[in-house]
Design a protein around this ligand. Sequence first.
Ligand code: NAD
Ligand code: MG
Length: 392
Amino acid sequence: MKRVSILGATGSIGENTVDLIARAPEEHKVVALTGGRNVVRLAEQAIALNAELAVTCYPELKQQLADRLSGTGIEVAAGSEALLDAAARPADWVMSAIVGAAGLPPGLVALKQGATLALANKESLVCAGALLKETAAAHGATLLPVDSEHSAVAQALVGEDISAVERVIITASGGAFRDWPLERLAEATPEQASKHPNWDMGQRITVDSASMFNKALEVIETHEYFGFSPSQIEVIVHPQSLIHALVGFHDGALMAHVGPPDMRHAIGYALYYPERRALPVERLDLVKIGQLDFRAPCERRWPALRLAREVMAMGGLAGAAFNAAKEQALDAFLARQIRFTDMATVVEETLEALERDGALKCDRMRLDDVMETDHLARKRAVEAASLIATDA
Ligand code: NAD
Ligand code: MG
């Protein structure tokens, strides 16, 4: 039996992972499940999957979780140390599906115990790609991509020589506002930004899809995970979200990965890797679909794409600063403190300020430096957001 843990079990990726594991209980021994505020759902999942341990990151919710699980024999814990302990419990496969930079420390701990880390949490690669890869190598652990585009690229590369790759194209749906007139973007509300045309995902990544901060993170993720140079990575808008990525080779061939917008494909690929198992995803009827469309992404509509290029050019700790500033800008937008279009301004100002202060340089990446940069960037971004809010 494969021992599996899910960090962020109650989220959108977590639920899809639970769904796949629940379909094959005889093959999986569930070690730890972690979640946040939704302890009712966490307890249900822990019971359904017969987990050893359930952890909420909120200490004040420990009792509630314990009440729900009393008499089941399932261990209960709470708080950030408990989250790290859950990630350290011996497991063969760990799903990293916490949202944001908060997923980095437990992801590193899971790699240190030698587990295969299925990485939905792209923020950890953006913040600390070098550190994750170094940790995996030092502990004989494997990192597998779960983001749909990166799973698609990995699948297109099977059996290929990576040096024969000319370019990688990752697709973007364009999110909620791809067809809005540019001048209306400043009025966009959090409710409008939280509706994705194709994918059903957590709220934060859905808003990040509308702003393309999600795609910006994914461009950096492609660079960090596969080692492709920034000039090899392209983004195109593909409204149907059926082609997830294409890999172009030196002979001019493009290998495209086509599939329905259902994260259980990428999760299932990582869960059973290197085998391919039957998965409960829709089979595409290409005749019914009829047509696939592509457009160039407009950097005036989506300045996050330009910022991603700047981050890759800066290197060092720029990814950590970018992600942290983006998370704070998103919080400020969701709190209606700043406008949708202000998010990019907050991130750009934060990056510029930290670079000016020399805070983004690093020779060898350490977790402490990443956390320090994350902290500095959040502080700067909060200041930038409040300045914008007062001006408005
Ligand atoms: P979500 O908001 O639905 O779920 C997040 C999970 O993390 C929940 O279980 C929540 O309780 C937990 N969590 C939140 N903050 C935490 C904290 N500070 N400490 C510990 N746990 C915390 O998010 P999601 O959409 O499932 O996304 C999860 C990750 O997967 C993100 O990194 C996202 O970018 C990535 N991803 C998601 C999708 C998708 O389809 N949803 C696709 C590709 C990549
Ligand atoms: Mg993606």
